[in-house]
Design a binder for this molecule. Structure first.
Ligand SMILES: [Zn+2]
Length: 308
C-alpha cells in the first residue's frame, strides 16, 4: 500500500477528458507501449478509470541548474495492498475487478497515494501512469527513483497465483525496458527495519525491492517473501544490499568493462552508461542477468570477485 503523505484539502477528481484506447494493452514507458507476453494489461487511459489522479502523482522531473530534466527510475518497488500477516499463496485466479477497485479507491481518497501498477486477483494488471515520466506517490522518499507496483491481496494475507505470476512477468519486462538491472535482496534479508542506504530513497540502490525496505511503517508483509523467491527462481541476482555487496560486485564489472575500452566511473552503481556498455558487449537490453547470446550464464564468462 502506498504511504499516504498528507491529507488533501479538497476531494480529488480524475480528468473528465474523453479517453480512447491508447496503449493497446501494454505498459506505458516513456510514451512507448511495451506489451508483456502472457499478461493482460489495461493500459494507461485504455479505460476511463485507468489513470492516476493529478493529486496522486507528478512529473518525474527535477532541476539541474535552472533546467528541468526528467529523472530515470532505477528501482522497482513491490507492494501488497493490505500487507496482512502472514502471506498465503492461493491456487488459480481470484475474483475479477480488483485492479479497477484499487484505482477507484485511490482516486476517491482524500489522501495522496497511488502506484503506477496494480495486479488484480485475476492476474489482470492495470497500468495507471507512464512508468518513466510520472512519479507516483507510493513510497515517500523513493518515489522519485522508483516504479510502484501493488499486488492485490485478501484479508488474511491470501493472494492468488495468477496475480503473483502476472506481477513477476510485468516486473521482469518493465525492468528490462527501463534498463533496471535484475537484482534483488538475498533470501531472509529482512530483519524488521529498512536499510540505512534506503533512508534517503536509495540513490545508489538499483534493483527490485519491497516497500518494507525503505520504511519502518509497513512491516514484513509489504510485500512478504514469496514474490522475491519467484524473482530469484527466474534468474534475478540477489545481493546483501545492507552490506553493499551489490556495489562491490558492480565495481568489478565496471572495471572489466573499462578493460574492454569503456570509460565508466567505477562507483558500483549500474546506471544508464553501465547498462549501455553491457548492451554494447552483447548483453540483452544491457542487463547482466539476461546474459549474452553466447551464454545465459554470464558468471561463467566473467569471473566476479568481491573487492574489499
Ligand atoms: Zn506498500
Amino acid at each position: 500500500m502506498p504511504t499516504l503523505a498528507y491529507a488533501a484539502a479538497t476531494v480529488k477528481r480524475r480528468s473528465r477528458v474523453k479517453r480512447t484506447k491508447r496503449t493497446g494493452g501494454g505498459l506505458l514507458i516513456n510514451k512507448t507501449v511495451v506489451p508483456v507476453p502472457g499478461v493482460e494489461i489495461i493500459g494507461c487511459y485504455d479505460a476511463a478509470w485507468s489513470h492516476l489522479s493529478a493529486g496522486d502523482c507528478r512529473p518525474r522531473t527535477c532541476y539541474q541548474g535552472n533546467r528541468v530534466v526528467t529523472v530515470k527510475p532505477h528501482q522497482w518497488i513491490l507492494h501488497k495492498t493490505l500487507a496482512d500477516d502472514p502471506e498465503v499463496l492461493v491456487a488459480g485466479k481470484g475474483p475479477p475487478g480488483a485492479s479497477h477497485k484499487t484505482a477507484d479507491y485511490w482516486a476517491g481518497s482524500p489522501l495522496h497515494g497511488g502506484a503506477h501498477l496494480v495486479t488484480g486477483h485475476d492476474g489482470i494488471v492495470a497500468c495507471l501512469a507512464d512508468l518513466w515520466l510520472v512519479e507516483a506517490y507510493h513510497a515517500t522518499v523513493s518515489n522519485r527513483y522508483s516504479v510502484g507496483h501493488e499486488t492485490c491481496e485478501l484479508v488474511g494475507g491470501r493472494f492468488y497465483e495468477a496475480a503473483a505470476h502476472a506481477t513477476i512477468e510485468v516486473c521482469l519486462a518493465g525492468c528490462e525496458a527501463l534498463g533496471i538491472q535484475l537484482q534483488t535482496p538475498k533470501k531472509g534479508h529482512y530483519k524488521g527495519h529498512p536499510w540505512k542506504r534506503m533512508l534517503d530513497g536509495g540513490k545508489n540502490c538499483v534493483g527490485i525491492f519491497g516497500h518494507r525496505d525503505n520504511t519502518e511503517h509497513r512491516g514484513r508483509w509489504d510485500p512478504g517473501e514469496i514474490l522475491f523467491e519467484m524473482l530469484r527462481d527466474r534468474g534475478v541476482e540477489s545481493f546483501d544490499f545492507a552490506a553493499e555487496e551489490d556495489l562491490h560486485v558492480w565495481m568489478d564489472r565496471q572495471r572489466w568493462l573499462n578493460g574492454r575500452g569503456h570509460k565508466l566511473l567505477v562507483d558500483g552503481m549500474p546506471g544508464a552508461l553501465t547498462t549501455a556498455a553491457l548492451k554494447a558487449e552483447g548483453y540483452r537490453s544491457g542487463i547482466w542477468a539476461l546474459g549474452t547470446s553466447r551464454t545465459h550464464h554470464p558468471r561463467t564468462r566473467v569471473r566476479v570477485h568481491h573487492v574489499r
